[in-house]
Design a protein around this ligand. Structure first.
Ligand code: ATP
Length: 681
């Protein structure tokens, strides 16, 4: 099998350069990749319906003989139509095909086939338009449907897959050792591959799928473990003294027990272990992760090293910069900000401060990992919201120092089984306690007709000294009918409802300096109401805000709504989240009602994953993991099984380099080199 990944698809008969190009569009360049291009769906051709039994329109599989030669008729505009009639023991059906000149060669008069497609009725009887078909000698089976592209349909792909399966050697080396397969009831690779493409029964298909899904997740699982083990062999930057008590004195509040534990975990990693720290601190919105990160940075800096804090957005970088600067005032620690939108001269100044070590702590965005940024002696890299960065970018930041420690902060609560894989290369501390006096945010769902009442309520809150966010999903004018742009919305709000109250507007199209100015104004309580697009989604911290009004709530995912709601309820006042939606079907209503029923980020993430699948959950390819061919991150059962099998493999064979795991190891390399993942060793 490995050699088939080196055999180009053009080695298959019937695949010329043009076809090969079309295959390339589907991400297939080798025969091995084609074999791993699993069907996206299946049609059940194992249940044949006698023609006479078909009395209602619908999709059927019939087994019938071609009863007349296929006729070809030209239509206006060069189009043409092919017709024939087929029969079984009970009746006849008319077949119609458009613009396929090969039909008359493909369907032999008097031969028997399976025909699969939609049957409709007219005054002349029943007919099938453009059914799929295969010779009856193939026997009843489950028929594969492949993802297709322009010029390359499922049938053609199926033919190429058939040819490529013939190239498989008699015995295919199996990445999963036999003992493991037996113990966990998994079929051999060869059978799995044949049955995933051309299963005879649904039971065969399920068995094949189970085997391939499990293997892929085991490969992923072991790959992530190997990343972690590798980093554990690197000796980390030497930290000799713990300065967290000194840092605590700088804070205007007492740390919670959970914050203290997370800090202690980090300091412990750096003080007592010979290797690099690789730790994830996970805590729900508002749980106080920033103070944890700041404390760890402080200890590293006081030990004579630099620390870098990478944030996902410019707004957040600017906010953290201000917080850190205030907090560290008078301690002698020098703080810098490095983001893409700074003036070139400012960037240059900060970069030279980092290179010569005069800046000890830098807060920044992706600008931190560009080649131009160099550090004097980076001792700690902190990344916020790590799944947005991915394994490769994290590695890039770490490469800026000599094995610096790594601290990853994540507010996105990820279901446990999935977390184990995604963060498989990290140790985890969970902040499972909110700062004292926090009250759960009260959440309601209203139709647009309730807006007037909410505006009144916002006015009352403002008169009590509080502030409010109003989130609109879009900025472009008229991008979607019925969805107000932030600008338009704010203008109407200021004129009609709040002429006497200062309203700020912030959206993605503003220049960074303009955005900063508005955010600052809101943070300083100069603006009482902030109309915003989702630029405020992650991390923004204005504890005085007590109302979050979300327009067109149906357009957001649950995890995003939870993030937005997390912008309020960050102080001791009772806070409120109001979701407005007029476009609700049953499913949307159910989804939004989850928000009203719980404030628990983990429960919400679980629901979100169930309802939307991992692609949407993380945003396309944002989770930073390799792309999977068949497994699904939402499939908790398989995730758990793969975890068990990976444990068993490591228990039995100890080392991934052992000879029995040679093929499995090659699969790990291959999976992690897909989609730009080449961080494996
Ligand atoms: N122990 C504490 N006691 C009181 N207030 C705290 C404590 N820890 C943090 N805070 C305050 O709580 C607010 C939220 O903290 P922080 O911004 O660190 O949250 P976070 O975990 O980063 O949340 P998010 O993921 O939503 O950004 C801040 O205003 C912070 O000053």
């Amino acid at each position: 099998m490995p050699s088939l990944f080196k055999t180009p698809v053009s080695a298959l008969s019937g695949v010329g350069p043009k076809r090969a190009e079309q295959f390339e569009k589907l991400g297939i360049s080798s025969v091995g990749e084609l074999i791993q291009f699993y069907p996206r769906a299946y049609e059940d051709w194992s249940e044949v319906t006698p023609i006479a039994d078909i009395t209602e329109e619908g999709t059927y599989c019939v087994k019938a003989v071609v009863g007349s030669a296929v006729s070809n008729t030209m239509l206006a505009g060069g189009r043409f139509i092919c017709k024939t009639t087929v029969y079984d023991d009970t009746g006849t059906v008319k077949l119609v095909f458009f613009n396929n000149k090969y039909i008359s060669q493909m369907l032999a008069y008097g031969a028997e086939y399976f025909f699969y497609g939609k049957i409709t009725f007219d005054s002349y009887g029943s007919q099938m338009v453009a059914p799929a078909f295969s010779p009856a000698r193939q026997g009843p089976h489950i028929h594969p449907v492949y993802r297709s592209t322009a010029g390359l349909n499922s049938k053609t792909i199926e033919g190429a897959v058939q040819k490529s399966l013939k190239m498989l050697p008699e015995t295919v080396g199996d990445p999963l050792p036999e003992g493991i397969r037996k113990k966990f009831d998994l079929c051999g690779l060869r059978k799995a591959i044949e049955d995933i493409h051309f299963p005879k029964t649904t039971a065969d298909l399920e068995y094949a799928r189970r085997r391939l899904v499990t293997e892929e997740l085991v490969v992923l699982n072991l790959g992530m473990r190997s990343l972690r083990d590798h980093s554990r062999t690197l000796s980390g930057v030497k930290i000799h003294e713990d300065f967290s008590a000194q840092f605590e004195e700088l804070l205007p509040f007492e740390l919670t027990g959970a914050q203290k534990r997370a800090i202690a975990d980090c300091v412990n990693d750096m003080l007592s272990k010979p290797s690099q720290m690789n730790r994830l601190v996970q805590g729900d919105v508002g749980s106080g992760k920033t103070a944890v990160a700041a404390s760890v940075c402080f200890t590293v800096i006081k030990n004579g090293f630099q620390a870098a804090f990478m944030a996902p957005t410019e707004i957040l970088a600017a906010q953290h910069y201000e917080t850190f600067q205030k907090l560290l005032e008078g301690t002698g620690v020098t703080v810098g900000l490095l983001t893409g939108s700074l003036r070139e001269s400012d960037k240059k100044r900060v970069r030279s401060g980092l290179a010569d070590g005069t800046i000890q702590l830098v807060i920044g965005t992706h600008a931190l990992i560009t080649d131009k940024t160099e550090f004097n002696n980076l001792g700690l890299a902190v990344t916020d919201e790590q799944h947005r960065f991915g394994v490769a970018q994290r590695a890039k930041l770490l490469s800026k120092g000599d094995n610096p420690h790594l601290l990853v902060m994540s507010a996105t609560p990820i279901p446990r089984t999935l977390g184990l894989i995604i963060f498989g290369d990290l140790d985890i501390s969970v902040i499972d306690e909110l700062p004292p006096n926090r009250k759960p945010v009260r959440t309601v769902l209203l139709p647009a007709s309730g807006r007037g009442r909410i505006y009144k309520f916002i006015r009352e809150e403002v008169s009590r000294g509080r502030q409010a966010y109003i989130v609109c999903p879009l900025v472009e004018e008229g991008e979607l009918e019925g969805v107000a742009s932030a600008e338009e919305y704010a203008a109407e709000l200021m004129l009609k409802y709040f002429p006497d109250i200062p309203v700020g507007v912030v959206h993605g199209k503003l220049k960074p300096a303009e955005k900063d100015a508005v955010m600052d104004g809101f943070a300083r309580n100069e603006y009482k109401i902030l109309v915003a697009t989702t630029v405020i989604e992650v991390g923004v911290d204005v504890p005085n805000a007590s109302v979050m009004l979300i327009e067109n709530a149906e357009r957001f995912g649950l995890s995003q709504l939870h993030q937005l709601r997390g912008r309020v309820g960050r102080g001791d006042a009772q806070s409120f989240c109001v979701m407005i939606s007029d476009r609700m079907n049953q499913v949307t209503r159910q989804r939004l009602e989850v928000m009203c029923s719980t404030n628990d980020g983990f429960k919400i993430a679980d629901e979100d994953l169930k309802m939307r699948g991992p692609g949407d959950f993380f945003g396309e390819r944002q989770h930073g993991l390799p792309q999977l061919a068949i497994a699904d991150f939402a499939d908790t059962k398989s995730l758990e099984l793969s975890q068990k099998i990976a444990d068993e493999i490591m228990f039995r064979y100890k080392d991934l380099r052992s000879d029995e795991l040679r093929l499995l190891n090659a699969e790990i390399d291959r999976l992690f080199s897909r989609g730009g993942h080449n961080t494996m060793n």
